[in-house]
Write a protein that binds this ligand. Sequence first.
Ligand code: GLY
Length: 342
Amino acid sequence: LIKEKNQIKKLNFIDLVDEIEKKSTQTTLFIIDENIEKNYQLKALLESRLQSNSKRAITWIAKPGEPTKTLNEVERCCEFFLSQQITRQSVVFTIGGGATSDFGGFIASLLLRGLSWNSIPTSLLSMVDAALGGKVGVNSTQAKNLIGAFHSPDQVYLCCDFLKTLPSEERISGNGEILKYCFLDSSISELVLTDQREETILACLNFKKKIVDLDPFEANQRKILNLGHTLGHCLERMYALPHGVAVAWGIFLLLTIENNQSLLKKLKEFALKLDLDLKATPWGSHKLDLKILESLLKMDKKMTSTDEIDLILASDLGEIKIEKRKLDHLMNQLHEFNHDLG
Ligand code: GLY
């Protein structure tokens, strides 16, 4: 019997502990982001609740954000759990942003060759993207997310109450990924334009689930979820931008080099609604450093050979295609962009 993965359940914070208890097994492993633990003290709450039901809770507090995503932390965390008599029936819960679910989902994929896990995203970025779909892993010194696995969570719990303590720069970063969904699905763009916040988040998650269920290992359609990411990842590294903000600029750059004026107009409308400032460019009064950009492009997981990349293109809202683009062609387009910067 194959268990359905990536199921979505929306709930309030007050129901969360009950839900976790329902899903817990004799030994339940929690991986909680340190900042979330400071704000919500979930470790003591979960441990006492499970203990009162004669169950065991074992908790790993993960370093906040990207610093947890190293092989060194993976080893420390695996050794910790393995010293606590876990079994294949043990289930993992991650509670935190995208770094926590990337790291914790990877830990779940490794322990005893794979444990079931559930994801509780607490940042906007992870609610609309990272928590669902099973792309888990850590960073290499070469680039982000190069060491990992596909290991989908059974359940993603969407609890928007966590957003109340989210710093505003992280809210804006999450909005960058929501901007991407506006291009993937016109009904999501409607929700954004009519300020339906929680409905928007749920719709993004449901859209991603639909795609991931069709193509869990990114053989084809799932690539559309990377709209704006090819150039976005380069800009993220070059200008130290928050991920979602880099995706927004990646979409801007893509539409500009493709000369899609009508979608650029839509981009501005969505950006305004989503509090994304697209006036002050990350490159300021400088040109893009295309040597660095090209070397970063070459490390993209969407390179299909040494000189070709799968580029995700939007011709209209919801009209997305995946095109094999010669790196030389893409670089020429970027040279023209640089030339037009004056
Ligand atoms: N973040 C894109 C994906 O999960 O496929």
